[in-house]
Design a protein around this ligand. Sequence first.
Ligand SMILES: Nc1nc2c(ncn2[C@@H]2O[C@H](COP(=O)(O)OP(=O)(O)OP(=O)(O)O)[C@@H](O)[C@H]2O)c(=O)[nH]1
Ligand SMILES: [Mg+2]
Length: 449
Amino acid sequence: MPRVQRLVIGIFGRINAGKSTLMNLLTMQETSIVDSAPGTTADIKSALMEIHALGPVRILDTAGLDESTELGEKKRKKTLSALEEVDLALLVVDPVQSILSGGLHVEESISSLARKLSRRLAVVFNLHSNADERLIGTGATLPEAMEYCRSILPDRSGTPCLEINLSDSGRTAELVDFISRSRPAEAGAVDLLPFIDRSGPVLLHIPLDEESPSGRLLRPQEMAMEYLLRLGVPVGMYRTDLLLARSGSKNLSEGERTGFMAFLDSLGYGDSVQLVLTDSQAIDVMNAWVPEDVPLTTFSIMMMRSTSGGDLTLFAEGAEALDRLASGDRILIAEACNHDRIAEDIGTIQIPEQLSAACPGLKIEHAFGREFPPPEELAEYRLVIHCGGCMISSQKLAARTGRLAESGVPVTNYGMVLAWLQSPATLRRVLEPWRRDLKQCVDIFPSQP
Ligand SMILES: Nc1nc2c(ncn2[C@@H]2O[C@H](COP(=O)(O)OP(=O)(O)OP(=O)(O)O)[C@@H](O)[C@H]2O)c(=O)[nH]1
Ligand SMILES: [Mg+2]
């Protein structure tokens, strides 16, 4: 689970260009197997490390893109999906290969795809120590090979380039320095709950149930707690038994409600409780219990906004599509993690059941973990409903929203759907604290100035 924001660096290029050699130079150990056998790296190899000049990074070593077999096609797909997830793509070019094979088609296609995906690209020319030997018989020298490469892969858009012998283990510092100069400017970190100040307490409503892992809280819950405590905001935490709260027995549900209301009062600030932040599964109960004048929102909405770099509008606009669903529409429910599913699982049971009850005849499908369809397949859906995204990195989410933008399909998230399933007014209520982010959502906030 991504606990820190990591810079994601991907290593791309053709077979035997020296991609894994670069990975090992950077990680200063044999992270990837290096071998002269073509196609040695068959799958994405990921390494996490802390580099003093760069902070926490994830480095992805990928398979060469020029293997023309059926397996090569599978490797290619995986490599290209990695390109969507990186902050910085390092394109490894062996100038000798360009002379021997008569071109730089693979390199050009990576470079143009990186540009299309708006991924930052930097070129590393791998100057093999035996380059001159390998050029014997070609009539070219290494400087000529370099000139040829540069004429094809020009420095037009200011693409940074480095010439280095990647097998020289003494060159790590030079490579790190190049990467730090080439990395994209840091995206501004998103404030988790920007509308909260120190004027009053926040109540975190965490209804642990049989699905909650024991021994720990979920990442959004921990993040909210840490954020609020650091800000100096008093935090109250409460666990409601949802089975009792929803039970048909008035006595039992009223007992739960009284307990919660007493706790809300006990926070002791009268109506100065700034926010009730709840697990989205409990939105039905919280919407009914939390007084109208106390702001209410969900962990899932907070998380989606944070992971998407503040782009809550995308998901709120997607929620507007819920009002237009019709029988026969295909819906994709995408969950970023692979967890085992028990009892009342939100993605596979609760949302499909409630959505089908609200709009009969929907065709609901699922994508789990790393699976996420390409744009042409996404275009077949009427709406994508994404999980809260607590296990997904912002780069992976950006790769997904990029595909969604290309397909033109709206996307929303679990928290918003669960609120909408209560009523459009409930959706408006949980989005209200984020109103400043949601200027364009005129369907949700029709009176927006
Ligand atoms: N002499 C010499 N050999 C090198 C150099 N860089 C890479 N090689 C050799 O080139 C071969 C391929 O290197 P890798 O790093 O495995 O290449 P790769 O791009 O990861 O290759 P695939 O995983 O097969 O796509 C290995 O035999 C390396 O030892 C270099 O600078 N000098
Ligand atoms: Mg390799």
